[in-house]
Ligand binder design. Structure first.
Ligand SMILES: *[C@@H]1O[C@H](CO)[C@@H](O)[C@H](O)[C@H]1NC(C)=O
Ligand SMILES: *[C@@H]1O[C@H](CO)[C@@H](O)[C@H](O)[C@H]1NC(C)=O
Ligand SMILES: *[C@@H]1O[C@H](CO)[C@@H](O)[C@H](O)[C@H]1NC(C)=O
Ligand SMILES: *[C@@H]1O[C@H](CO)[C@@H](O)[C@H](O)[C@H]1NC(C)=O
Ligand SMILES: *[C@@H]1O[C@H](CO)[C@@H](O)[C@H](O)[C@H]1NC(C)=O
Length: 441
């Protein structure tokens, strides 16, 4: 048996989107070619199949910070050709619900902008983790097809091998020993439109039919949806189908009523326009999975703190990661920033062993924190208010939602992204931001 060395990229990001479905998808209407929107919900919503009611807010915060650090570690291991890891399912924050096959069945997948492969658990299971919903069975779908291992499609992924039947066997690994193994295949997937329009069916989407899936996935999660930059990702496949490689999302803030969802758009209609739109180039790097941009610095009360105080700012020094909650910055920059934040808030920091060394305050309302304006290359200034820079891990406590680790490349995490519509134009290679109340749809 061929051994498969796994080298997958990501770092990190997991987002989970939830598509609310309209009822009857069995008619599989022709796809609309312009674009469509779907609902995006926060993982911690009680409506989310990922919601863990037993998890305390403090634990949720700690997990969120741990996820960021472990993703960066994975990223650096990958850069150094170390062992290959990626995202664990616990990194999920938003859920994507779509349907697959003919007749269609619902799939809930963790959406991960830091990886590219979309996969679901597949019968027959050699080794599947426990799943509440029925496991997808390719034999019951008339639109399922296998990819031949000699075809170009098989080589969209590096970690493939030919089976004796000439199937395209893949292995894809994630953090904490999570992995999926199976057969790269094609299927029709269907999205309900959250705007109430007709469902959109897209044929021949390449996905992993996972027969051996292990790791920290929970029983609600039926697989993972990669939205990274490579051609295999669902974002790229939808873009090719629509002839329009764009998408945008608006993340509802962490402490919003979790029943409120927001919309994610694919293709035409995903653009953001008008007053207040700022843009920055996506920096091409060897690793095409991540969306790297250049952060020049952050200003606070009129004082500009450069990303690097001793040298030049290198291009592509952060990547935009919807799956990592905190923003993670290099140590020197973080220290300068945290000091400035600390001295701008006229309150005594709150020490709580459960919260570690994170900068926190006690307050029964909100924190009167200054705006942190993030300066991206190209003049894009993204102002972050207290709801994006402080999160409340427990009642009456607010903690600074950024963190550090010993790295040069950082992460622009999802707390900081909330209440902006963020659009990715993969043709023009730019990311744009516009302030928006994401709870307003
Ligand atoms: C599943 O994959 C793991 C990791 O490669 C392997 O150790 C295990 O034997 C496989 N299980 C089955 C039933 O094939
Ligand atoms: C290919 O994948 C199938 C299904 O998981 C498995 O039964 C078979 O052993 C694999 N073959 C190789 C060569 O890995
Ligand atoms: C969310 O929706 C559920 C079910 O409809 C409801 O019971 C709950 O009170 C709602 N939560 C909030 C915070 O509105
Ligand atoms: C800052 O610049 C110096 C000198 O070019 C370099 O050695 C250092 O790694 C840079 N630090 C970061 C965080 O980019
Ligand atoms: C918050 O605390 C202040 C001062 O301790 C108190 O006056 C106020 O009533 C509190 N507000 C709420 C909503 O509990």
């Amino acid at each position: 048996m061929t051994s498969i060395v796994y080298l997958h990229s990501p770092i990190l990001v997991v987002i989970i989107l939830l598509f609310t479905f309209l009822s009857n998808l069995s008619a599989l209407p022709l796809a609309k070619k312009d674009g469509f929107s779907v609902d995006l919900i926060h993982r911690d919503s009680p409506n989310s199949p990922l919601y863990n009611a037993d998890e305390t807010p403090t634990k949720r915060l700690k997990n969120a910070f741990d996820r960021g650090v472990s993703r960066l570690n994975q990223f650096y291991m990958k850069q150094s050709n170390g062992p290959h890891l990626g995202v664990s399912s616990d990194n999920g924050h938003y859920l994507l619900k779509f349907s697959m096959g003919t007749p269609p069945m619902d799939i809930y997948g963790i959406v991960d902008t830091g990886s590219d492969l979309m996969w679901t658990q597949c019968q027959p299971c050699e080794q599947c983790y426990k799943q509440i919903n029925p496991v997808y069975n390719p034999k019951s779908s008339s639109t399922y097809s296998e990819i031949d291992c000699q075809s170009d499609e098989c080589h969209l992924l590096d970690t493939v091998s030919c089976s004796v039947q000439s199937l395209c066997n893949y292995t894809y690994g994630y953090a904490s020993n999570s992995m999926t193994k199976g057969v790269l295949s094609k299927e029709t997937i269907t999205f309900s439109s959250s705007s109430g329009g007709q469902p959109i069916s897209i044929p021949n989407i390449v996905f992993g039919c996972g027969h051996n899936n292990t790791g920290g996935f929970n029983e609600q999660e039926m697989g993972l949806v990669g939205l990274g930059g490579r051609s295999l990702s669902l974002a790229s496949q939808i873009g090719s189908f629509l002839g329009n490689k764009k998408f945008s999302y608006c993340l509802v803030p962490f402490h919003t009523n979790p029943n409120i969802s927001s919309k994610m758009y694919f293709g035409g209609g995903s653009e953001i326009t008008g007053k207040g739109v700022v843009s920055t180039p996506i920096v091409p790097k060897e690793d095409k999975t991540y969306y790297f941009v250049t952060m020049e610095g952050i200003s606070i009360r009129g004082k500009f703190l450069p990303y690097n105080s001793t040298g030049t700012i290198s291009k592509g020094n952060v990547f935009i990661d919807t799956g990592v909650p905190p923003t993670i910055l290099p140590q020197d920059f973080y220290k300068r920033l945290e000091q400035e934040v600390r001295s701008s808030i006229p309150m005594t920091p709150y020490q709580d062993p459960q919260l570690g060394t994170q900068l926190c305050y006690r307050s029964n309302s909100t924190i009167d924190a200054p705006i942190l304006t993030v300066h991206f290359d190209g003049g894009a200034q993204v102002p972050l208010g207290p709801t994006s820079t402080f999160i409340s891990p427990k009642q009456d406590v607010f903690c600074f939602a950024m963190s550090t680790t010993d790295v040069a490349v950082g992460i622009f995490g999802n707390f900081a992204q909330s209440n902006f519509r963020i659009s990715f134009d993969l043709e023009r290679q730019i990311v744009s931001f516009k302030q928006e109340d994401c709870t307003k749809g």
